[in-house]
Write a protein that binds this ligand. Structure first.
Ligand SMILES: *Cc1c(COP(=O)(O)O)cnc(C)c1O
Length: 411
């Protein structure tokens, strides 16, 4: 059978992500990987979760081993309302404003399904979170990307873009503006309060929804918390996505959509078609965990671990790269990533061949573009390697950059 001729448009367009391909190399013995954007397993509260899992399987089996409603566990919803108040100061959340999803990834997919058509325009940041871009692509919208600066999205550029689209009569086709305001994946930057307010003003002016994806907000290791867009603008303007992946464990696959009841309702109907419901067992485990433990207290050692690793990476970058003019990196206040940019002429994808030889892995910036364009940047994740490996890895990275730079006549 000729598979290609049978496939749908979507099926034909599916391709393995660059990240997936590149991460295959990271298991080579002796390699050091700054590639994987996954939490450190030592931060998972495995004993607590194991105890709760046994208990809820044995005692709550009529719930945990059964089908569940599409909306998800009411007990988890109760805990979530408390958590949203504590983490963001968000109040007034009712059950109808919440939908539990199979990770935030499903939330992104559901949002794409209910908002985007072929002629829709989707505004995202550049660089963009790859998972979001792949989810939005499902309905083949057009992308407009807004560059990120050290204090978040370039809102002047956004304003110019929206004005342009308005003049062309296209602004109604813009369905939402997708942003990761805190400790961006991959760019590491955080949107300033001033920019948050301007983004909301622009969204209000042109009547566009903001999709706020905040998996890292609770993983701040420096600086002051900033109010979420949802808190600032409310459910008429913002849909907030959250997840337990970075603050508890990604293995539970638990995400959440927080938004206006009618939007949540549509997403619920889309979820029904996708998977009926998220696993009852996982939701109840998370509910009991939040009931019994103070998540913020539990997060402290993990945040401290990430803070140390981040500082180690930044120090190593300063020590190794200050003699490469034009090389720069973002020093994040939280999250899991450092974004490094090399001088003009570098192509971090092309450079990956040398990185492979030296057994040091990163994610080339090209993976975070919507059009596969060449990039001088790369994402360096500090969350998995121990500190001595971070130091050794940055040394290897320097060798890679020097070798590539000399080969191409760039340094
Ligand atoms: C990790 C991450 C997520 C979380 O995805 P899950 O499906 O919940 O594991 C969402 N958005 C961004 C930007 C991320 O980095």
């Amino acid at each position: 059978m000729d598979l290609e001729s049978k496939l749908s448009e979507i099926g034909k367009n599916l391709r393995s992500s660059l990240i997936r391909e590149l991460l295959k190399y990271a298991s080579v013995p002796g390699s050091i990987s700054f590639g994987g954007g996954v939490p450190d397993p030592e931060t998972f509260p495995r004993h607590e979760l194991a105890e709760i899992a046994k208990e809820v399987i044995e005692k709550d089996y009529k719930y945990t081993l059964q089908y569940n409603t599409t909306e998800g566990d009411d007990e988890l919803a109760k805990q979530m309302v408390k958590l949203l108040e504590k983490a963001y100061g968000i109040t007034g959340i009712e059950r109808e404003n919440l939908l539990f999803t199979t990770g935030s990834q499903q939330a992104l997919d559901l949002i794409a399904r209910i908002f985007l058509d072929k002629d829709s325009i989707c505004i995202a940041e550049f660089p963009v979170y790859l998972g979001a871009a792949s989810a939005f692509r499902i309905n083949f919208p057009k992308f407009e990307t807004i560059p990120l600066q050290d204090d978040g999205m370039d809102v002047d550029y956004l304003e110019k873009k929206l004005k342009e689209l308005d003049e062309k009569g296209l602004v109604n086709q813009v369905k939402f503006i997708y942003t990761v305001p805190n400790f961006h994946n991959p760019a590491g930057v955080t949107m300033s309060l001033e920019k948050r307010k301007r983004l909301i003003e622009l969204a209000e002016k042109y009547d566009i929804l903001i999709l706020e994806d905040d998996p890292y907000g609770m993983l701040r290791f420096e600086g002051e918390n900033l109010p979420s867009l949802y808190k600032l603008a409310g459910p008429d303007r913002v849909v907030l996505l959250n997840t337990f992946s970075k603050i508890l464990t990604p293995g539970l696959r638990l995400g959440i959509i927080i938004g206006r009841a009618d939007i949540v309702r549509k997403a619920t109907l889309a979820k029904q078609a996708a998977d009926l419901c998220s696993p009852s067992l996982n939701q109840r485990i998370a509910a009991r965990y939040l009931e019994r433990y103070d998540l913020f207290e539990q997060l402290k050692p993990g945040i401290e671990l990430y803070r140390k690793k981040k500082n180690t990476m930044i120090k190593a970058l300063e020590e190794n790269f200050s003699d490469i003019p034009g090389a720069k990196w973002v020093n994040p206040q939280g999250g899991l990533f450092v974004w490094m940019t090399l001088p003009e002429g570098f192509d971090t994808m092309d450079m990956f061949e040398i990185a492979k030889e030296k057994k040091i892995y990163y994610i080339p910036g090209q993976a975070f573009t919507v059009d596969d364009s060449v990039s001088t940047s790369m994402r360096l994740s500090f969350c998995l390697p121990p500190e001595e490996k971070i130091i050794e890895g940055v040394k290897r990275l320097k060798e890679v950059v020097v070798e590539y730079g000399k080969k191409k006549g760039l340094i």
